[in-house]
Design a protein around this ligand. Structure first.
Ligand code: CLF
Ligand code: SF4
Length: 326
């Protein structure tokens, strides 16, 4: 990585990142906005089950805490996921990150760990990334670390149980169903304890927060303050997709979201280039190749540096036609 491409402060937010982590951040399209144009990610849809019920989730689709709304990804077995990674990496070596982000919650699915183990064994240089609702984070953190995950997203939509109780209908925790404030208290405790433990273990943590007007919009800055204390690296404030029990809530305008991002920025770096990817997306963030025609994918196969330049030109020129709309 040339020096000018690595803009990351190695002591960001009170945390010192070693050289290896700095390299991973600089090559991660979600964590470093400059990297989004150069490096891609592949999502492996190996995690169908979820252990909570968010009020904006209709469950037929991918987890909307991280993914593109209204989209269902085909679930893969760990072995299928490995094969898919092999095929895609052979053609698109600019993909540096393998993420598991659904379609349900990765920590609620054993296939997540099995998949990471397989990928790590065959591709030890790739960054392994995961996105979770955090309910099982404290108890699964060691498994996650053992599997080699170094960048982690936790969705944190409230740190006040009264507010969280309006967002999540129920959780299923250790075989028991909890609702309301009781459920919220369990989840928030686990999310915050899990984030702290992950940061302490050297994981680079991102927090996703779904901005829900009238529910958590005034509260998001308190989340930002809290995650600053915990050493979170970056925050991604996502607009509500109004479906499910929240179908009647008007999503935030771009201006409202921007104002909240600006209010949170003094506390934690803001991610503004999220594309709300599918749980099976691959390629550059702005150009999800899972949605491209075979013909087009062939056109941008990468074998040499020149191919890479050509691919970028092609994608810049007319890729918008085939990429997903936001
Ligand atoms: Fe995937 Fe998420 Fe890892 Fe990125 S996505 S698991 S951190 S590799 Fe990125 Fe996609 Fe936004 Fe997610 S643009 S939806 S933030
Ligand atoms: Fe749906 Fe994701 Fe919430 Fe689970 S965590 S209920 S998949 S939005």
């Amino acid at each position: 990585m040339p020096e000018e491409d690595n803009p990351i402060d190695e002591t960001y937010n009170g945390h010192k990142f070693d050289e290896e982590l700095l390299r991973k951040i600089a090559g991660h399209p979600c964590y470093d906005k400059k990297a989004q144009h150069k490096y891609g990610r592949i999502h492996l849809a190996v995690a169908p089950k979820c252990n909570i019920q968010c009020n904006f989730c209709v469950r037929e689709f991918d987890c909307v805490n991280e993914s593109r709304p209204g989209v269902t990804s085909k679930v893969l077995s760990p072995q299928e996921a490995l094969e898919k990674t092999r095929e895609i990496l052979a053609d698109y070596p600019f993909i540096k990150v393998v993420g598991i982000a659904g379609p349900g919650d990765p920590l609620a699915n054993d296939g997540t760990f099995e998949t990471f183990e397989l990928i790590k064994k065959e591709f030890p240089d790739l960054t392994l990334c995961m996105s979770t609702n955090g309910l099982l984070l404290p108890e699964k953190l060691q498994d996650m670390l053992k599997a080699g995950v170094s960048t982690l997203t936790v969705t944190l939509n409230a740190i006040d149980p009264e507010i969280q109780a309006k967002i999540v209908n129920h959780i299923v925790y250790h075989g028991k169903v909890y609702r309301g404030v009781e459920a919220a208290e369990i989840q928030i405790k686990n999310q915050l304890d899990g984030i702290k433990a992950a940061v302490d273990a050297g994981v680079v943590v991102k927090v996703n927060t779904v901005l829900i007007p009238g529910i958590n919009d005034k509260h998001v800055v308190e989340i930002a303050r809290k995650i600053n204390e915990l050493g979170v690296y970056i925050m991604n404030i996502m607009p509500l997709i109004n479906q499910g029990a929240f179908a009647d809530i008007e999503p935030p305008t771009a201006e409202e979201r921007k104002t909240v991002q600006e209010t949170c920025e003094p506390y934690v770096m803001q991610m503004r280039h999220c594309r709300q990817c599918r749980a099976d997306a691959y390629g550059l963030l702005a150009q999800d190749m899972s949605q491209m025609s075979e013909e087009r994918r062939k056109l941008i196969k990468i074998n040499t540096k020149e191919d890479m330049e050509r691919a970028k030109e092609l994608l810049d020129k007319d890729g918008k036609e085939e990429s997903c709309t936001e």
